[in-house]
Design a protein around this ligand. Structure first.
Ligand SMILES: Nc1ncnc2c1ncn2[C@@H]1O[C@H](COP(=O)(O)OP(=O)(O)OP(=O)(O)O)[C@@H](O)[C@H]1O
Ligand SMILES: [Mg+2]
Length: 235
């Protein structure tokens, strides 16, 4: 059975789509070698556009992208279930890319119960924390309802994205996570994802794990290894 992930946050531009591509690119390559599909449920079509551009520039497509039905009209539950079942049957890992807003059309609430893991990218800045905390609460509510109604377990895990090594914001985000642990009993990832790759350069995310030569990218190895360990994804 495929493991289904969402990188979610109601805050726009925190790295949801970037993380989806990084994870897809890495887990579809050695030493993980998994079948990965990203379901593009954002009407901005970030993932589909990047996948197409990378393909046109000659990059090998190791992960697949599945379109979301009726992206403009919002979720069509029946169609979505059918699509997701089909994608899950053909993949080891399914990542759903959602838009950076909370549910004006019910999409996030409808789709989120399908996840096994919801990772919340949180940039280490004052302005990103309150909306990330709102989203965390929104997801914890969904988690509790889904557990009670369907006995399905969703793991909700915040992590720091765009961390700068040695920067004071690292201490700040650790305090935020420790506060969330006290108040909401959630464990955040220990590894933080560094600011190391720009959108235009992500492409298919190929070879990130294997071609790590810079100091900065060591961050990435620790982050992906912790993610794999949380999700019990074997090399
Ligand atoms: N770890 C990172 N290092 C450097 N830049 C990053 C990182 N993560 C994200 N970014 C940059 O931040 C910007 C927003 O990223 P992205 O589009 O992935 O966010 P998003 O949460 O999916 O946004 P939206 O809500 O619009 O869907 C992009 O320019 C991307 O390159
Ligand atoms: Mg996005």
């Amino acid at each position: 059975m495929a493991k289904t992930i969402i990188f979610g946050n109601q805050k726009g531009g925190v790295g949801k789509s970037t993380c989806a591509i990084l994870v897809a690119g890495t887990f579809s390559a050695a030493p993980f070698n998994k079948r990965v599909t990203i379901v593009d449920a954002d009407e901005q079509q970030t993932i589909s556009i990047i996948h197409r551009a990378a393909e046109l520039s000659g990059q090998e497509a190791r992960w697949a992208v599945a379109p979301f039905p009726d992206p403009i009209k919002g979720v069509s539950r029946k169609k979505f279930d059918r699509l997701l079942e089909d994608v899950q049957s053909k993949s080891d890992i399914v990542i759903i890319d959602l838009p950076g807003y909370l549910d004006t059309d019910g999409k996030t609430a409808n789709v989120s119960p399908e996840a096994d893991f919801v990772f919340i990218p949180v940039p280490p800045t004052n302005k990103d924390v309150p909306s990330s905390e709102d989203y965390l609460n929104f997801m914890l509510n969904i988690r509790d309802i889904v557990k009670k109604e369907f006995d399905h377990e969703i793991k909700v895990i915040p992590f720091c994205n765009m961390q700068r090594t040695g920067h004071s914001s690292t201490g700040f985000i650790r305090e935020v996570f420790s506060d969330w642990k006290k108040r909401f009993k959630v464990n955040s990832m220990k590894a933080m994802l560094g600011r190391y790759v720009e959108h235009e350069d992500v492409g298919m995310g190929n070879d990130l794990y294997n071609n790590m030569s810079t100091n900065k990218s060591k961050n990435y190895t620790a982050w992906i290894n912790e993610l794999a360990s949380i999700m019990k994804i074997k090399k």
